[in-house]
Design a protein around this ligand. Sequence first.
Ligand SMILES: Nc1ncnc2c1ncn2[C@@H]1O[C@H](COP(=O)(O)OP(=O)(O)OP(=O)(O)O)[C@@H](O)[C@H]1O
Ligand SMILES: [Mg+2]
Length: 430
Amino acid sequence: MAWPQKTETVMSVTDLNVDFWVDGTMYPAAKNVSFEVRRGETLAIVGESGSGKSTSAMALLGLLPENSRTSGSVTLLGRELLGLKISELRQVRGKEIAFIFQEPMTALNPVYTVGFQIVEVLRTHFDISPADAKLRAIDLLAKVEMPDPTTSFRKFPHQLSGGQRQRAMIAMAISCDPVLLIADEPTTALDVTVQAEILDLLRSLRERLDSGIILITHDMGVVADMADRVVVMKDGVTVETGDTIDIFRSPKHAYTKSLLAAVPRLLTASEPPTAPLAAHEATATPALSFRDVAIEYPKRGRVPAFRAAEGITFDVYPGETVGLVGESGSGKTTLGRAAVGLLPVKEGTLEVVGVNITGARGKGLRPVRRKTGIVFQDPGSSLNPRWPIGESIGEPLYLAGEARGNELDRRVEELLRQVELPIGYRNRYP
Ligand SMILES: Nc1ncnc2c1ncn2[C@@H]1O[C@H](COP(=O)(O)OP(=O)(O)OP(=O)(O)O)[C@@H](O)[C@H]1O
Ligand SMILES: [Mg+2]
């Protein structure tokens, strides 16, 4: 019986090494990484944060910053890529190899419509008329299941939801029928329902384009769902590699085992939740208390006011974690914004550590600001790219008059330790 010929090797990586030059020292980020990707196959690279996944992927296309040094061999359909001139690499990027990033805004230009941007890519790589390029672009938007492709063609990135932006970027990425698609955490910033849709989309593209996919993720659930083969990385080294089925059935390396053990499972009736909810005293003051709260985005010009949440009642006690779940657009972030006083409360009462902030404005919110903190979906929007992270961490403490000088340094180091970042990272940029 003749098997479909899907064995052609698209990319072959041998002994890839990447080092970064930081403050006069070379730090290795990837050590002797080797793998192959074949047509129609998805290879997952998994590993914890900082293990060198993104660095290895960027190195394949010479996308790393100046302070890096790359060695080894990377071939695409037999042709060596390391050492190519920038002009030659540009031909490969976007055309033969396409990149999908975690945060679509890094690849989409906010000042142009998505349609214009796809047309640009098409006209850079193919000799086609603007009218034909437009038709192709709309067709691509339809392929990635963008709602109403003709209208979406004219939209700016900020007029799309996170999931739609990701679709627009994927449309751009596949516009030149790449032989290899590299997706770096393409769904981590999306909510679960949209995440599942995007993964479905990638799966159907793999079949339609017959290209190879490198999927970078730290989610073993996604690996099980998507990958044919897996490369497990830790501290820049490949600790294990093999077929997905084998790795899940019989992981060899302790680190792979720990990754698999961390996959959340649904509780069965015989299995009580591991940590019973902190039994809070009836007398304790909730850290946050919503009572029948309604929140509206105020009217702006001709855009009428929009009621994003109403009838919200819940308490969060000190030491408790409360999860807010719901699909995209259901108002989760809205409640978070209101809780720190970024949005006015239209109805009901909102208390933060016992202080009623329902009608508070400006100065009245100061005590709340000190007691609350937000961790955003996209850290890029809250860290100043021009400052070393140590300065970004210290700024709120300094502004609140909490610490100065040596004391401030000590507090910043303490905070880095708490989030398990090496102290030396205070001088690094995001
Ligand atoms: N421009 C840079 N300069 C110096 N060091 C860097 C640079 N970029 C990355 N590194 C370092 O290289 C190592 C690997 O980083 P990389 O971004 O590849 O990790 P990752 O596995 O993709 O992590 P995550 O899951 O968090 O995305 C880290 O120790 C990181 O601090
Ligand atoms: Mg990464």
